[in-house]
Design a protein around this ligand. Structure first.
Ligand code: HEM
Length: 245
């Protein structure tokens, strides 16, 4: 096939209504010129990062709406919008696999082009990290404190699968999927540059493993351990075998 011909047509003219509405001219110009790529993987490398930024923009925007609905105790809206957040996060996780089709050698070529850029500079990621505390506050004020509820009550002693519990589980799902992104990202790094290397800022890469276990809403995870200890205290630390009864 004639590469020059297809390079010329791939970005379109930008004049049709579809192109104008979606601003494809700008969108498809966000990557380097075809002739500037250092190898056949660099276009994919740029696109995956750009798409991830778009999903994080959508997630951040949706979390702002969720915060408003939490304050209104509009549970149906909260749950539906959390489903959107969960789905976008699942996409963020699954599309990391695209980068696993790139060989370690080809990534080294791309890495030489990155300056000292770091994923920590991602605007979407940095924004999302700041959103969990206000979300928790809205949930706590409107779903727990306003009704005399606690996490312990909604999960255990007054468990009735009510609104506060359903919203808490949607928040836990968000937290778990964000952790999964971090964990799969570490696996991608392991596969591409190895965990015993240093980042482009000179920091040890295996430091990122700790982030894979960091949680947004620790109380939602702690309750599970507490319940296991409380319920388990019926039998002490080690349980008798069923055959002993
Ligand atoms: C082959 C692909 C990739 C490699 C080798 C890689 C490598 C790295 C490394 C070494 C760091 C640590 C940077 C530092 O300490 O300053 C990092 C951080 C990060 N990367 Fe990637 N990355 C890749 C793909 C991606 C993709 C597709 C995203 C999508 C958003 C991403 C997002 C991030 C984020 C958000 C951080 C900061 C994480 C934190 O501090 O918890 N990375 N990456």
């Amino acid at each position: 096939m004639d590469r020059a011909h297809f390079y010329a047509t791939m970005n379109g003219e930008g004049t049709l209504d579809y192109e104008r509405y979606l601003n494809t001219k700008a969108l498809l110009s966000c990557q380097k010129e075809f002739t500037e790529f250092c190898n056949g993987d660099e276009l994919q490398f740029q696109i995956v990062h750009q798409v991830e930024e778009l999903w994080m923009k959508l997630i951040g925007y949706t979390l702002l709406d969720i915060d408003d609905y939490l304050q209104q105790e509009n549970t149906n809206r909260v749950v539906t919008l959390f489903r959107r957040v969960h789905t976008a996060l699942q996409l963020m996780v699954s599309q990391l696999a695209l980068l696993e089709t790139m060989s370690p050698r080809e990534y080294q070529e791309i890495r030489l082009k990155l300056g000292n850029g770091s994923g920590q500079e991602s605007p979407g990621y940095r924004t999302l990290l700041k959103m969990s505390a206000p979300l928790w506050q809205s949930f706590k004020t409107h779903y727990l404190d306003a009704h005399g509820l606690t996490i312990e009550k909604i999960y255990n002693t007054e468990y009735n699968h009510g609104d506060a519990y359903v919203v808490a589980e949607a928040m836990a799902e968000f937290d778990e999927l964000f952790q999964r992104f971090r964990y799969c990202h570490v696996q991608l790094i392991q596969r591409t540059i190895g965990l015993h290397s240093k980042s482009l800022k000179g920091r040890p890469v295996d430091r990122l493993k700790e982030g894979g276990w960091a949680t947004f809403f620790p109380e939602l995870w702690e309750i599970r351990s507490q319940m296991t200890d409380t319920w388990g205290s019926q039998y002490g630390v080690v349980r008798d075998s069923l055959s002993a009864h």
